[in-house]
Design a binder for this molecule. Structure first.
Ligand code: OXD
Ligand code: MN
Length: 611
């Protein structure tokens, strides 16, 4: 039975029922009884059933579940992801595009009758705290219990979500998901921004099917944000508490594999901890930002949980993320330690479990399995490299007391970053918002030898949003510039960081992890006008004496710090030339309208470098 009087929701759900023809329809109210029943149903499926979830060790991992997706369905699929705006130029050069009419016509037969013999679950959910002026409502229909249980962790799910929508509004995102036959040839993840609609088919893996996350909170929301005067960004949000001072909040955007979750949950070095410094996590992946009544920019995390990469997460690398997974979490494509029915992944412990189930479901001897090499000469892994945990944010030991604040938190700084072996200093500040927007447009990361065989190949990933901008990237940059005008002198300061600079021998020069606190410290002091800087050709750099090295003097010598804070004119001339090539060839030549102000920044930095 429907959970809302809202005729727009009810009419749309009726249409989806008529299309998919499920045997039965269940509206998800979010109650414990209903969820417990779904857990019983899905864990009672026979072993090896592709939809089955397994219960884990109830003492060590209370309330936790485990699932394996099909081996051909383990990651987001950017080549099958589309932005279907009416005009092709509105999707722009960073997106796949198809005419919406054509796409609906192509997909409708795939959905026709797809849920015969199945149950359709209708999931109301809120992105953002219930009652928040920044929150938005979505409804996802799906034929997957895995989706229902994950959405329960990642969003505020159930009847409560309709409170924000009310009985008449039409402002909700319509998400249609069917796992269908999980056929990779017919897999589509499609956003129709002008219709507030997402259609996803033939996948049953996290990011493709938890439609509140990348599909809504970034692709659709970035388009809504442009039209409504706010921003939807691929950013963590953290709060820095200092003794006797106001807690300051920053957002940060990094491409994948640059330590975003680690920064969001950073544990400060001992010297800082003793003085009472603490980092609080508001979000690890997505920020919705809007000017508040006082003119400052406020951020909420639209999500309610973390969908984190498991391998590499351990007590040392990210204590807080690991702690978040210890109850009521769902593990996808990790391995199992059969001796005690607990999840395992590479680096969780030093030695793989002897009695293990690898991520595809085979029972193996862990150490022997991991000693084998694949066709590329890499060691086999028990867990899939993109295996995930879905964990409630409230489990996180350092979750911010402001996590549920409907008004969000005021943002002092926006930080961009990437993985760069040379050129980019440890940290620098933009001259102004326009230059900061340029810095975001220039975010790029180098591939590592391990991943591609070619070191130092630069991948452009503007604002770390390349796969997530729901419209033309040129218009997106123009929107950033507009937001700067609206915010004026209340705008957050913009910085760029690089934890990955290497010396001539190829060693990382900065220890990273908790020691990144030292850079955050400088950033906050800059925002408060408490510390000076060196004005250089590319922006404001710290004076060496303003980076606190207490406790890591053995690791970072004064000469090394100088190197970390150096602007190499020749390398920067190359950097500017590459950015001109990127703007011209990859964006402008392919239909991206680059705001003149960004070319202005290129010209200014180039002139500075030639002085
Ligand atoms: C994610 C991603 O899963 O950015 O968060 O791919
Ligand atoms: Mn992400």
């Amino acid at each position: 039975m429907s959970l809302t009087k809202n005729p727009n929701v009810n009419k749309w759900v009726e249409e989806m029922i008529a299309l998919c023809k499920p045997d039965s329809v269940v509206w998800i109210d979010g109650s414990k009884e209903q969820l417990d029943q779904l857990v019983e149903e899905v864990t009672s499926l026979p072993d090896g059933h592709p939809d089955k979830l397994y219960k884990l060790n109830e003492e060590k991992y209370p309330g936790c579940l485990y699932h394996r997706t099909r081996p051909n369905d383990v990651a987001r699929v950017e080549d099958r992801t589309f932005i279907c705006s009416r005009r092709e130029e509105d999707a722009g050069p960073t997106n796949n595009w198809m005419d919406p009419k054509e796409m609906y016509a192509k997909l409708t037969p795939l959905y026709d009758g797809v849920m015969k013999g199945r149950t359709m679950y209708v999931i109301p959910y809120s992105m953002g705290p219930i009652g928040s002026p920044l929150a938005k409502v979505g409804v996802e229909v799906t034929d997957s219990i895995y989706v229902v249980l994950n959405m329960n962790i990642m969003t505020r799910m159930g009847t409560q979500a309709f409170e924000n929508l009310g009985d008449v509004s039409n402002d909700f995102v319509r998400g249609l998901h069917s796992k269908a036959d999980v056929d990779p040839e017919n897999r589509y993840i499609v956003q129709f921004p002008e219709d507030n609609t997402i259609w996803s088919i033939n996948s049953a893996y996290g990011g493709n099917v938890l439609l509140g996350k990348k599909c809504f909170a970034l692709r659709i929301a970035s388009y809504q944000a442009k039209n409504e005067g706010w921003m939807a960004e691929h950013m963590l949000i953290l709060g820095l508490k200092r003794p006797g001072e106001e807690t300051r909040y920053v957002c940060a955007a990094f491409p994948s594999a640059c330590g975003k979750t680690n920064l969001a949950m950073l544990i400060p070095p001992e010297g800082y901890r003793k003085k009472g410094y603490e980092v609080f996590t508001v979000g690890d992946d997505i920020a919705w930002l809007k000017p508040g009544p006082d003119g400052r920019l406020y951020a909420i995390n639209p999500e309610a949980g973390f969908f984190g990469v498991a391998p590499g997460t351990n007590e040392k690398s990210n204590y807080n993320a690991l702690a978040s997974t210890k109850k009521n979490a769902i593990f996808t494509n990790v391995a199992l330690d059969n001796s005690d029915n607990t999840p395992w992944w590479e680096s969780l412990t030093k030695e793989p479990p002897v009695d293990a189930t690898e991520w595809k479901g085979a029972k193996v001897n862990g150490p022997e399995y991991c000693a084998q090499l694949d066709a590329n000469g890499k060691h086999l892994t028990l867990a899939h490299p993109n295996s995930r945990f879905t964990a409630p944010a409230e489990n996180c030991p350092c979750i911010s007391p402001e996590f549920n604040n409907p008004n969000g938190v005021p943002i002092s700084a926006i930080i961009f970053g990437g993985r760069r072996a040379s050129t980019t200093p440890l940290v620098y500040q933009s001259f102004d918002w326009t230059h900061g927007t340029y810095m975001g447009s220039a975010v790029s990361s180098e591939t590592t030898a391990a991943a591609t065989g070619a070191v130092g190949v630069l991948r452009h990933d503007p604002m770390a949003m390349k796969p997530f901008i729901g419209y033309n990237v040129g218009d997106y940059w123009a929107h950033w510039l507009e937001m700067g005008e609206i915010l004026g002198d209340k705008a957050p300061k913009i910085f760029n960081v690089n934890w990955f600079k290497k010396d001539a021998e190829g060693h990382f020069m900065w220890p990273g992890f908790g020691d990144n606190m030292r850079v955050l410290d400088w950033i906050i002091k800059r925002c408060e006008g408490k510390v000076g800087a060196n004005e250089t050709a590319i922006g404001f750099l710290p004076k060496a004496e303003d980076i606190n090295l207490e406790g890591i003097e053995d690791e970072v010598s004064p000469a090394q710090l100088d190197e970390l804070l150096k602007v190499d004119t020749d390398l920067w001339k190359k950097e500017i030339a590459e950015m001109r090539r990127y703007y011209n060839d990859d964006i402008a030549a392919k239909g991206g309208k680059i705001p003149a102000a960004l070319y202005g920044v290129l010209d200014k930095i180039e002139a500075n470098l030639n002085k």
